[in-house]
Design a protein around this ligand. Structure first.
Ligand code: G3I
Ligand code: 9MR
Ligand code: ZN
Length: 545
């Protein structure tokens, strides 16, 4: 078998395909059927996560735009892929548009959603968990409409939303020139980049999730996941779950970030975000760790967290940049938290401390002063450790077998964000290798993997087709909308569909099934799409230099 990025490569990119057997190969022009390059594979490389040896085919010298496939001496063939300058343009637009398709509390009209149009959903008011549990007859009702459905379910979770929006706003902060594409959404043409319009839809809902005392409610879901129905058919009571400290810190961080990104485009909204962030920051100063656990019998997403230290350092790092009056307070928080056991290198909902590092290390004003060097050291050390893993791996990922958790494709994308950050802060001599590492992670997601699958719907000849997603399953349309990123392989899958399909002892990178029932390997979420937007923005910006 020969695996490539099934979508394709930029002309100036390095191009490496992976073969499972040693062989000679030819790169064939798919239009003329003529060989344009030939050679033989390199030496065997073990891949621990895939549990196999593989061989690299390096065809980087091929830079002529076109459609190609690779033919091995033993008859094996890759999928057809392209080499083109605009190869990732539709991809980033469609990945972004999937967020629009998640909008809750508004109908999706034909003009913008095309065949994926659907009526308005979840418009009824919500009630507090305590009132729900006590079955209070005249429970107070709250308008909590809006935001994006989290995933294949209809829940809306503040931490998950904060992380998704943050990936995108950081991309905008660093590479704005790459994110100006039109998304054909209702706000298109209002003078604001569409990707910011889309994120504002989620942020406006998040503002509703702040309690009067400044703390932030953890989530807004039904008590149990709905059956597989369309969102407009779901009439369950939505419930406001209690405040948690880590959720509040995520909220503070993303609102502070939003206040600076939206200043130019939506000045009043920017002030709302800043005020909400300040109220949340005040609440954080007055409250220590508050956990979140699902009440008995509730099965919607838990997003629990044993500590709130990484969230607090993210919040302090962002507040530092927008609230100069309290600068000293935030610096003390950062100083204290840097002494704790915090990674400073992860970008997912469980560990957001990499966002703090990103904020600190890309702050043009260097507001964090003496702490910058410390954070830079940590980021470069971890990047170098993971880069060594990449170099010693067949599929060229900075991943270890244990990294194949639920949503491993997010880990893949978040490692790419770390490499992107490393390339930004590293010396010129090491920049190129980290830039390359970001692309390697994209190639994996788009098909250069041992399952020969593109984990992004609609992109690549063998893209996955059966996401665990109520809308794509129930909308009566055969193919899912393009641009969804699958959760991906999970070394200990824990849903009935995956347990039935994946034999025990399967290598971590192969523990995946393209089955709508497999929520632990094949769901979609807003925060699995968002880091890929960051990756693509970064790749586009490095190639336009
Ligand atoms: O925290 C432990 C860590 O200490 C340990 O090293 C690691 C090893 O496996 O496991 C860690 O916990 C995992 C946790 O995610 C954090 O990565 C759990 O095993 C794993 O079950 C858990 O999966 C989460 C899943 O919900 C179940 O709670 C996913 O990350 C999370 O993305 C997913 O989120 C769901 C929402 O609940 C509902 N909406 C859909 C969404 C996507 O599937
Ligand atoms: O659809 C739900 C998905 O979004 C969650 O990630 C997953 C784990 O919490 O749960 C899914 O819902 C299932 C529920 O937990 C148990 N009954 C079957 C539901 C749909 O397969
Ligand atoms: Zn809805």
């Amino acid at each position: 078998m020969i695996y490539t990025n099934q979508l394709g490569y930029l002309p100036s990119s390095n191009k490496i395909a992976v073969s499972t057997v040693p062989c000679n190969y030819q790169v064939i022009d798919a239009t003329t059927q003529k060989s344009v390059l030939d050679g033989s594979v390199g030496t065997a490389i073990e891949d621990k996560s895939a549990g196999e040896n593989v061989y690299h085919i390096d065809f980087s010298n091929l830079t002529t735009p076109g459609d190609y496939y690779i033919l091995a001496g033993n008859g094996g063939k890759s999928h057809v892929f392209s080499i083109r300058d605009d190869i990732y343009d539709k991809l980033i637009t469609d990945i972004s548009r999937c967020l629009y398709y998640q909008r809750c509390g508004c109908g999706l009209d034909e003009e913008h959603a095309g065949i994926y149009k659907r009526p308005v959903c979840h418009t009824e008011p919500s009630i507090m968990l305590s009132d729900y549990l006590s079955k209070k007859a005249d429970a107070k009702k709250y308008d909590m409409t809006g935001g994006w459905h989290d995933a294949g379910d209809f829940g809306r979770y503040v931490s998950a939303g904060a992380v998704a929006v943050a990936h995108i706003l950081y991309a905008y902060d660093l590479f704005p020139e790459t994110l100006g594409y039109g998304m054909n959404i209702p706000e298109s043409g209002n003078g604001i980049p569409d990707i910011l319009n889309e994120c504002a839809y989620e942020l406006k809902w998040m503002l509703k999730m702040q309690a009067p005392d400044g703390g932030v409610y953890h989530k807004l879901t039904a008590f149990n996941h709905a059956d597989f129905i369309m969102p407009e058919q779901d009439l369950d009571q939505f419930i406001i779950f209690p405040v948690a400290s880590f959720t509040t810190a995520d909220f503070v961080a993303v609102m502070a970030l939003a206040s600076r990104i939206y200043k130019e485009f939506m000045p009043e909204f920017s002030i709302d975000c800043l005020n909400a962030a300040k109220r949340g920051a005040e609440w954080l100063s007055n409250n220590s760790y508050i956990a979140f656990k699902n009440p008995d019998g509730c099965n919607t997403g838990e997003y629990d967290d044993d500590d709130d230290l990484d969230e607090r350092i993210w919040a302090a790092s962002e507040m530092l940049r927008v609230d100069p009056d309290n600068k000293d307070k935030y610096l003390v928080t950062i100083k204290e938290l840097l002494l704790e056991n915090i990674s400073m290198t992860d970008f997912g909902w469980t560990d957001v401390s990499g966002m703090a590092a990103l904020s600190i290390l890309t702050d043009p004003k260097h507001t964090s002063g003496i702490f910058e060097a410390n954070v830079k050291h940590t980021v470069l050390l971890e990047s170098s450790r993971l880069y060594n893993e990449l170099k010693n791996s067949g599929y060229q990922l900075g991943m270890l077998p244990d990294d194949f958790v639920w949503g491993s494709n997010m880990v893949v994308a978040n490692r790419a964000i770390l490499f992107a950050l490393a390339s930004i802060i590293a010396d010129d001599t090491v920049k190129p290798k980290y830039e390359q590492a970001v692309e390697d992670h994209l190639h994996y997601l788009l098909g250069r993997n041992p399952l020969d699958i593109s984990y992004i719907t609609g992109f690549g000849e063998n893209a996955f087709r059966h996401p665990h997603n109520r809308v794509t399953e129930m909308d009566g349309i055969d193919a899912p909308m393009p641009g969804w990123v699958s959760g991906g392989p999970f070394k200990t899958p824990c849903d009935p569909a995956a347990e039935a399909a994946i034999p025990k002892g399967t290598a971590p990178m192969k523990c995946y099934v393209d089955d709508v029932g497999s929520y632990s390997t094949n769901e979609i979420t807003i925060y699995w799409n968002s880091p890929v937007i960051f990756m693509l923005a970064f790749i586009k910006s490095t190639h336009s230099k």
